[in-house]
Write a protein that binds this ligand. Structure first.
Ligand SMILES: *[C@@H]1O[C@H](CO)[C@@H](O)[C@H](O)[C@H]1NC(C)=O
Length: 236
């Protein structure tokens, strides 16, 4: 049964049948540049990057069985050829990430479509740069939203702050990103949900964004499922 499902997914994927529309919306006061990284073996969408002016929306269509992640980049300077860098979420390839991911700290929206349900979450495990929310729009309107519209840069603990060119905090590292230690990253002896527990740093993220992942073994309430939906990905 599982194999049959997998074959159908591959066939529909090969035929280019669309699974879902992701509608990106920028509610920030400044321009942001979403990045898109497909999981291994999944197709690239929009060459991995796009620009979104304030209040602009863009539809991105993903094929059946797609999986990958979205994040926002801020403070970018790109030339006419799309070459340049960003203050946060930079992928090292300019405007079009072409498969590369964003440098932490960056808030992530992660999707696995048609498996057989759609699985989605917002992850702050590697830190936070921008408010990022996911709103499914399904016919039945029963799929949960993930609202993470709190500005977590505002009260970011001083040893987690990433400063921008003007001295303002532009991103907030997670404990794992800041200290790279087993107890914050849930690695080594801490690679066990019974041992790796929330820390004061992960609790800062959890308090602001209760339905986002705040550390690797965050409770099961951080992953959500939906069926045959489209999704709004909202920055700020
Ligand atoms: C974007 O996709 C949604 C969902 O399919 C649709 O309702 C909306 O009209 C689309 N917007 C544009 C500009 O194509």
């Amino acid at each position: 049964m599982a194999l049959k499902h997998f074959s159908v997914v591959l066939l529909l994927s090969a035929l280019g049948v669309d699974a879902a529309v992701f509608t990106f919306e920028n509610r920030c006061a400044m321009t942001i540049w979403p990045g898109i990284q497909p999981s291994a073996g999944r197709p690239l969408l929009m060459n991995g990057g796009l620009e979104l002016q304030p209040l602009e929306t863009t539809n991105v269509t993903a094929p059946i069985g797609w999986s990958g992640r979205f994040w926002g980049r801020s403070g970018c300077t790109f030339n006419n050829h799309g070459e340049g860098t960003c203050e946060t979420g930079d992928c090292g390839n300019g405007l079009y990430c072409n498969g590369a991911g964003g440098q932490p700290p960056a808030s992530l929206a992660e999707f696995t479509l048609d498996s057989p349900l759609d699985f989605y979450d917002v992850s702050l495990v590697d830190g936070y740069n921008l408010p990022l929310s996911v709103f499914p729009y399904d016919d039945s309107r029963v799929c949960p939203s993930i609202r993470c519209d709190t500005d977590l840069n505002l009260h970011c603990p001083s040893n987690l702050q990433v400063k921008g060119n003007h001295g303002e905090t532009v991103a907030c590292k997670s404990g794992c990103t800041a200290f790279q230690s087993p107890e914050y990253c849930c690695t080594g002896h801490f690679q066990d949900p019974n041992i790796c527990k929330p820390t004061k740093y992960s609790e800062y993220f959890k308090h602001g964004c209760p339905t986002a992942y705040s550390y690797a073994f965050d409770d099961g309430s951080s992953t959500f499922t939906c069926r045959e939906a489209n999704y709004m990905i909202i920055f700020c």
